[in-house]
Design a protein around this ligand. Sequence first.
Ligand SMILES: Cc1ncc(COP(=O)(O)O)c(C=O)c1O
Length: 386
Amino acid sequence: MPEHSGMDRRRFIRTSLIGSAGASLLAAPILEAAAQIVNTPQVQYINGVGLDDPMLVQLSINENPLGASPRAIEAVAGQMFSMNRYPFHMQLEEALAEHHGVESDMIFTGVGSSEILLTLTLAAFYKQAGNTVTGIPSYPSVPRSTEKYGGKVKRVPLTKDWQLDLPEMLKAIDQNTRIVNVCNPNNPTGQLLDADELEAFIRAVPGHAIVCVDEAYIHFVDDPKYRSMIPLTKELDNLLVTRTFSKAYGLGGVRVGYGIAQPELLDRLTAYSVGSLNKNTLSIAAALGALEDQAHVRRSVKVAKEGKAYLYKELLAMGYQPLRTQTIFVTVDVGSQAESLVNRLAERKVNVRQAFDMEGYMRISVGLPHENEAFISAFKTVRSAL
Ligand SMILES: Cc1ncc(COP(=O)(O)O)c(C=O)c1O
């Protein structure tokens, strides 16, 4: 299994910083300090960025294999001595507002986009009956919390080509529908809706239902015709678009996400959050640093694109038909033995997962080239052993 043997932590952080940030950052004393702080005396083998287990190939939860932007790391290091101060400021909201061309009161930052999705369902179903309309398979966060809070879920099957069935979802909406859940590109299928069709759908949803468009994977979309639904939030008061720093920005462990909607809609959600203290000094610093470094986002997208091309090629050569996705993962039909394949891979410390609600499908998050190769090599072994 590939690994960078003999690389200690200090060298590792310095190498990753040099590699991705360029020589100019090296001079920054704060980086030197950060490198010192994380230095440990014992030698560690590093496989994936951010993993201490030398043998683990972690391709199951759609993390950014490159790690965070060096600017985010530097920004966090710069805040280490301010941890005693409450973060009562709106710097992240202001930066995001500028980034997206909206007012800062249209941004609600949270503990990952998970918090936005959770407060949305709380706002809709706390002591109130009603239903959520969603596709299946699709990201289960909103439907699951809908049921947890006593709401009903209307699950509309995808079309034969794994697309959210917008006409059928529209038909499923009734006067008790409180949330219409649209994950785009969808997880676990990786498919993207046509932007015009999605916009027409959103406009057709009656005003009493909130349309939530989850754009967690939007950066990885390579269809040049596609556009985000964020601009539409300025016009429609029942539209919420969610985004995350966990994927293209590489900050899954720091937990920052946000929702964009009109202030009245956001007020309904924030009533169920910890308020502005749902953020912390370090996560704000990381997100601000990451947002400034769009070159790192582009690098991450490139790694995903190249990794997908490699996985498609290898899987096709093995006789599989992987779905072409617009995300950071590949989903592939491996048949009735999907569960044992996933388990056998896990025994070899190669973590992938069964695609939820897709019988017989495996979902592989794209890693660094050597991680993708490790997956393919282990997959060939476990497959021939079955
Ligand atoms: C489609 C989608 N939405 C939201 C999330 C939640 O992400 P986070 O809470 O890290 O922002 C995920 C995580 O994998 C996801 O796949």
